[in-house]
Design a protein around this ligand. Structure first.
Ligand SMILES: Cc1cc2nc3c(=O)[nH]c(=O)nc-3n(C[C@H](O)[C@H](O)[C@H](O)COP(=O)(O)OP(=O)(O)OC[C@H]3O[C@@H](n4cnc5c(N)ncnc54)[C@H](O)[C@@H]3O)c2cc1C
Length: 480
């Protein structure tokens, strides 16, 4: 018997090869959906870890996230993604929306819902919302009803600012700062005056006004890296996929193909899931709608200031703040003390009585350049005003995380800059929170875009025609 006869013949892998560039939530969702759909997936990520804009680090034995992340019950694809990761029990989900609103020296207010049908579910809370005058409360109810009548997909709506529209309806500066910004800032990562009306309508309608339970909030009990990146890596490799870390893709081209570390790799389809300002340099000119203008989507920063206090200073899991430099503050003790074992179990026993809190500041244009020591001093003093117990407490550790390019800036007129998933290279698809999902830059938008790109890439590999549309055709379809 010849040597070649006894050598086992390797079965050629009949699965379509799909390459995913970018290991943020869009790329992870795309990779998992493509692998679940029967593709052989290779994921390229230039960083040493997965998770993209959601990551964690350890310092003095505690875990800290790059920034607090929150989702709503209406984030259906993100929640399904968590389910696919086996991570649903690692998040907390409110059974009913309840947002405490703290003010120095004042009784805490609350935005909450009842079980009544939408939009009545918010009426009681709005009518009792003490930071606003009674006149402002009545006006807010009328404004909420008017918001429900706006179409987030109407291109004219995107040309207007949310703040401009609110003022046109007679909303006062106080109402904008104390109510509308409270929701717009953490969701659109811009103040109402700077935000696209269309994105605000998406958030308020889908998140708050159209369904009773859609705004119930959720957040992670474990470090973000464990929740997303580590769990997704397990799922992708279990599905036979390959993950290349520290793999900077230098170009994506016809074929489709990509070049990583100087080597050209051919694939049956490529999903490009990098931030908007990284797209142009990777693609041949005019591969994507308005490619040269993508940088005009802009960026909006987020700052988090993390404190370890030697005792409990706040008695709620999180709170918004008014009449204070603090926007939101979260109790992160459980995640900080995550045991990090394979099962992802958290430890129930906080170390001593210490409490770890994160002050989260969206659209932090004015302070992102401040020195960390300045920020720590500012927020330590602000926390003492909000929570008298913190004035007595000792700060055991404090650290600032700054995300200069946290999200694109969803300003008026930016919708037209957001590309759909199609490109003018056959077999290439786009994903990312910045693509035209209709959502602001959120985890939900990222996962939706990844799922959609994976569906289209699988269709393309199977020879279905939907994905051979050029971006112009796709755009025309979308507008029609
Ligand atoms: C501090 C902070 C707080 C936030 N809070 C919330 C929140 O409360 N709720 C919410 O829903 N959203 C929040 N967001 C937004 C949310 O995290 C993002 O919208 C989402 O994670 C973006 O995912 P993405 O995959 O589109 O992009 P990214 O996460 O940016 O992933 C893109 C990936 O591509 C990689 N990459 C880039 N170029 C290359 C290349 N050439 N080769 C290989 N890899 C490359 C990058 O390294 C990165 O990992 C927050 C973001 C930040 C930063």
């Amino acid at each position: 018997m010849s040597a070649s006869a006894i050598k086992p013949t390797a079965e050629p892998d009949a699965r379509p090869k799909i390459a995913v560039v970018g290991g943020g939530l869009a790329g992870l969702a795309a990779a998992i959906a493509a692998a679940d759909g029967g593709a052989q997936v290779t994921l390229y990520e230039r960083a040493p870890r997965l998770g993209g804009a959601t990551w964690s680090f350890q310092r003095n034995g505690r875990w800290f996230d790059n920034g607090q992340h929150v989702f709503m019950r209406c984030c259906t694809e993100y929640r399904a993604f968590l389910d696919r990761l086996g991570a649903t029990d690692q998040v907390i989900e409110q059974s009913r929306l309840s947002v405490p609103v703290s003010r120095p020296g004042r009784r805490r207010a609350r935005i909450s819902r009842t079980g009544a049908p939408a939009p009545l579910h918010l009426a009681r809370s709005l009518m009792r919302y003490s930071p606003l005058s009674v006149t402002d409360r009545l006006r807010a109810v009328r404004t909420a009803l008017a918001l429900r009548r706006l179409d987030p997909d109407d291109p004219d709506t995107d040309e207007m600012s949310f703040g401009g529209w609110l003022r046109f309806r007679g909303e006062s500066d106080r109402a904008i700062a104390s109510l509308w910004d409270l929701i717009c800032l953490p969701t659109v990562n811009l103040r109402a005056d700077d935000a696209s009306l269309s994105l605000a309508v998406r958030v308020f309608r889908t998140g708050l006004l159209d369904d009773t339970d859609s705004a119930d909030l959720g957040w992670t009990r474990v470090p973000l890296s464990a929740l997303h990146g580590d769990a997704a890596a397990r799922v992708i490799t279990d599905q036979g996929g390959s993950i290349q870390l520290l793999a900077q893709v230098e170009a994506v081209d016809h074929g489709p193909s990509l070049t990583a570390d100087g080597e050209r790799v051919d694939a049956d389809a490529v999903i490009l899931a990098v931030p908007h300002d990284a797209v142009d340099e990777l693609l041949p000119p005019d591969t994507v709608a308005r490619q040269a203008e993508l940088a005009d989507l802009g960026i909006s920063p987020i700052v988090n200031v993390h404190f370890v206090f030697d005792r409990q200073i706040m008695d709620v899991p999180f709170t918004a703040a008014l009449d204070s430099p603090v926007q939101f503050v979260f109790d992160r003790t459980e995640a900080a003390h995550w045991a990090g074992d394979e099962s992802g179990e958290t430890t129930d026993a906080p170390r001593g009585e210490e409490q770890v809190v994160a002050v989260s500041q969206s659209a932090a244009f004015d302070e992102i350049g401040d020195r960390p020591a300045e920020m720590i001093e500012r927020y330590q003093s602000a926390l003492a005003d909000l929570f008298p117990l913190s004035a007595e407490a000792e700060v055991l550790d404090a650290v600032v995380t700054r995300e200069h390019r946290a999200t694109f800036a969803g300003r008026p007129g930016t919708r037209r800059l957001r590309s759909g998933p199609n490109a003018a290279v056959a077999g290439l698809f786009l994903a990312g929170a910045w693509t035209d999902t209709g959502w602001p830059a959120t985890m939900e938008g990222a996962v939706r875009s990844g799922n959609q790109a994976a569906r289209m890439a699988l269709d393309f590999c199977r020879g279905a025609n939907a994905s051979t549309l050029s971006w112009e055709d796709q755009r025309e379809r979308t507008i029609a």
